[in-house]
Design a protein around this ligand. Structure first.
Ligand code: ADP
Ligand code: MG
Length: 636
């Protein structure tokens, strides 16, 4: 509880104590002996009005403020009118007094509100616990001493020192030292990760054992931590349809029930059906019951909890609308490279043309690839043991889905698949090994090809199984790679449908075809790493990106980001999404059901104000408790 909540709580407690005392005095009949009738009614008015004001003055002010602004219809209004109305029964001193109910409405409403505010704060905090990843400083060595500097001031390439117990402040590569990193805050993974020189580390992980020297590769603003914080801050702006529906519903509903309550209070007595106080009281009771607090608060809270729960698994959902869509996904489309496969290719074979040195083929390829971020390029450079002289390279061009072209020491080099060769009219010939083939052509002459192979991610098969088990109808794989490679991977993983040799734009149209073929309400998710597929991420109903190795473009374009690149997290995300939607609907049905029931009872005069108060606060209470379940997730 924060300070404001504590003060609020104390005020409620004081009001409750006075209220209880007033109730005891009233019940004892003391007032009647002291003041006689109707003097006791005025006395009880005075007695109950004190705790009423202590607990409720803010709500009354808020209602007054809203009326002045011309936008009166909200809970504060309903509660103020209902409770003031009960007190107004003082004008009918001959009837039974209802002062206690007036105070009770406000008191219990405040108890409910306080609880809500606490619950919201708590689920926000669980996201914030994850948000605790923000580093406060970075240790930089200056003139032989370590200084703590603001991470935002550290330029890429600086070596920062991360001591055991500290968080890695900025993304980078380990320059010196070995250690274990706790990545749980980012990925939900509880097993620490071993790192040694050369390993990439992302900001937000906690260094557990040894001192690490990390050479930063990005400014703080582009580091993982800063990006996650930004995503989460914006998450609450993207509202789910259900959530918007509730807001709109409340906007129509509140004036409607206010009018009905008015009609209920006025029409029957005008028609001579009974005494005014009776009907006014029924109208007031009707107002209290009709307060939509439970819905208005518990639905957004459930979504908030779902997003918080997902974030504890290392799944960032950018808004409740995506959580809602995710719950209805029945087709999951995967990109192959970097998504289902690790994206680190091994060189299987180098097949030079006769008279060509295999090292020459690799060297040319590595040089031509030197400016590409494609996983293939990274792997080719890693396989090349010599030095790459950036001076020698010019006019480097990436042709997405094809390969690269570049000028290397005045030679025009092409590296890529048969489509690239065909597009440039270069000669090439096929290879009968299964694998991704990189043809290399220098100055229009074919020098040979490199066969590379990727391995599927450890959890890829489990991910597909998990999705099928979760009721996903089909898993589709799209790739720009060769048919035989694609089929081998698909068979290994149990993928239902494969489309190979696609250019990036073909992937968009493939997803569009799948979208068009969907049944009503069913959704298509696309999972990719953003290399060549950011447009597809945007086009799908739900775009899911690999966050750790994915490109910045992917993280921008995606709706859901998996922090640890594990495809198995998709099924976990869907489980969280479905659970959240279940909770949302339980709350909607439960809250509306109970309300309707008590409303009907109130209209027939069978529900008194007490039942109304407890009905309202009780439903809100249960709905909030239910909403908080969305936050609880199983970690693996
Ligand atoms: P995927 O759909 O599997 O993610 P991409 O669309 O990124 O694959 O690439 C499709 C194909 O294009 C690759 O299999 C490769 O043959 C070729 N290619 C793409 N980029 C490069 C590159 N930088 N170097 C060589 N070949 C490339
Ligand atoms: Mg790709």
């Amino acid at each position: 509880m924060n300070k404001k909540q504590r003060r609020w709580r104390n005020r409620i407690i004081v009001a409750l104590v006075i209220f209880a005392a007033a109730l005891a005095v009233e019940q004892s009949g003391l007032l009647a002996t002291l003041f006689g009738t109707p003097g006791d009614v005025y006395a009880s008015f005075a007695l109950f009005f004190v705790p009423y004001l202590i607990a409720g003055y803010e709500t009354l002010l808020e209602a007054a403020h809203n009326i002045r602004r011309g936008d009166p219809f909200d809970e504060a209004f309903l509660m103020s009118v209902a409770s003031l109305g009960a007190f107004a029964m003082v004008f009918f001193p001959q009837t039974e007094p209802h002062m206690a109910e007036g105070a009770a409405v406000m008191l219990f409403y405040q108890v409910g509100e306080l609880f809500q505010s606490y619950a919201v704060g708590k689920s926000r905090k669980s996201i914030a616990a994850m948000m605790d990843i923000a580093p406060e400083y970075a240790n930089v060595e200056r003139g032989g001493v370590l200084e703590q500097v603001d991470p935002a001031e550290v330029t890429p390439g600086t070596v920062v020192v991360v001591k055991p117990g500290e968080r890695v402040p900025i993304d980078g590569v380990v320059a010196d030292g070995t250690s274990q990193l706790d990545t749980a805050a980012l990925t939900g993974e509880s097993v620490p990760r071993h790192v040694e020189p050369g390993a990439e580390v992302i900001s937000g992980c906690v260094n557990m054992t040894g001192v690490l020297h990390v050479r930063t590769t990005k400014p703080y603003g582009e580091s993982t931590v800063a990006r996650i914080l930004e995503l989460v801050e914006n998450a609450s702006e993207k509202k789910a349809r259900t959530e918007n529906f509730i807001t709109r519903f409340a906007r129509v509903y509140t004036p409607a029930v206010t009018l009905s309550a008015l009609a209920l209070a006025v029409i029957p007595p005008l028609a001579g059906l009974g005494a005014w106080p009776d009907w006014i009281l029924r109208g007031l009771t009707f107002l209290v019951v009709s307060c939509p607090c439970a819905l208005v608060i518990s639905v957004p809270l459930s979504f908030f909890g779902g997003i918080g729960g997902a974030s504890r698994l290392g799944i960032l959902v950018k808004g409740s609308n995506y959580l809602e869509l995710l719950a209805h996904v029945d087709t999951v489309v995967f990109d192959k490279t970097g998504t289902l496969t690790s994206g680190t290719f091994n060189v299987v074979a180098i097949h030079p043309e006769t008279g060509v040195d295999p090292d020459y083929v690799l060297s040319m390829a590595a040089h031509a690839e030197s400016f590409s971020d494609h996983p293939i390029a990274l792997s080719v450079r890693a396989a090349y043991s010599g030095r790459i002289d950036a001076e020698k390279i010019g006019e480097a061009r990436e042709e997405s889905g094809h390969g690269v072209s570049a000028r290397v020491s005045e030679h025009l080099v092409l590296v890529g698949n048969d489509k690239l060769m065909a597009a440039h009219g270069a000669p090439w010939h096929d290879c009968d090994l299964t694998g991704t083939i990189l043809h290399v052509c220098v100055d229009g002459k074919y020098v040979g090809h490199i066969v590379i192979a990727d391995v599927v991610k450890e959890d890829a098969a489990a991910a597909i199984d998990g999705l099928h088990a979760a009721g996903v109808r089909r898993c589709v794989m799209l790739t720009g790679d060769r048919q035989d490679v694609a089929e081998a991977v698909a068979t290994q993983l149990g993928i239902d449908e494969v489309h190979a040799q696609l250019l990036p734009e073909d992937k968009v149209s493939a997803v569009e075809r799948l979208l068009a073929g969907e049944k009503d309400g069913a959704r298509v998710a696309f999972v990719g790493d953003g290399i060549n597929d950011a447009p597809v991420l945007m086009r799908a109903d739900v775009g899911i990106a690999m966050g750790a190795m994915g490109s910045d473009a992917a993280i921008e374009a995606a709706d859901v980001v998996l922090m640890d690149d594990k495809p198995s997290k998709i099924a976990a995300a869907m489980r969280v999404a479905r659970k959240t939607m279940r909770i949302v609907w339980q709350n909607i049905i439960f809250a509306i059901g109970v309300k309707v029931l008590i409303l009907v009872l109130a209209a027939f005069g069978l529900a008194n104000m007490w039942l109304a108060v407890f009905g309202d606060v009780g439903v809100a209470f249960l709905a909030i408790l239910n909403a908080m379940r969305a936050m609880r997730v199983e970690r693996d």
